[in-house]
Write a protein that binds this ligand. Structure first.
Ligand code: SF4
Ligand code: SF4
Length: 68
């Protein structure tokens, strides 16, 4: 199973990773605010992740690490 790790405190909440995910399992956590004042990205269904790394490649700030 894959594992996603987020450098949450540095996420700027741009949502590019959310749009890039073919499985639509990422979202911006509207109930959370990180140190930079943004809603950080998070995964809602880890089991559905296919480890394609589209999210990690799309992120301009290299926030996401995908492990297979
Ligand atoms: S690795 Fe692929 S399937 Fe998994 S969260 Fe990122 S974009 Fe979605
Ligand atoms: S693309 Fe990167 S900076 Fe933008 S919301 Fe996703 S993890 Fe955060």
């Amino acid at each position: 199973m894959s594992k996603l790790t987020f450098n949450t405190d540095n996420c700027k909440g741009c949502g590019l990773c959310v749009d890039a995910c073919p499985k639509k399992i990422l979202r911006l956590a509207t109930e959370k605010i990180n140190k930079k004042g943004h809603h950080p990205a998070e995964i809602v269904d880890q089991a559905a992740c296919i480890a394609c790394a589209s999210c990690a490649l799309m992120c301009p700030d290299v926030i996401i690490t995908v492990e297979k």
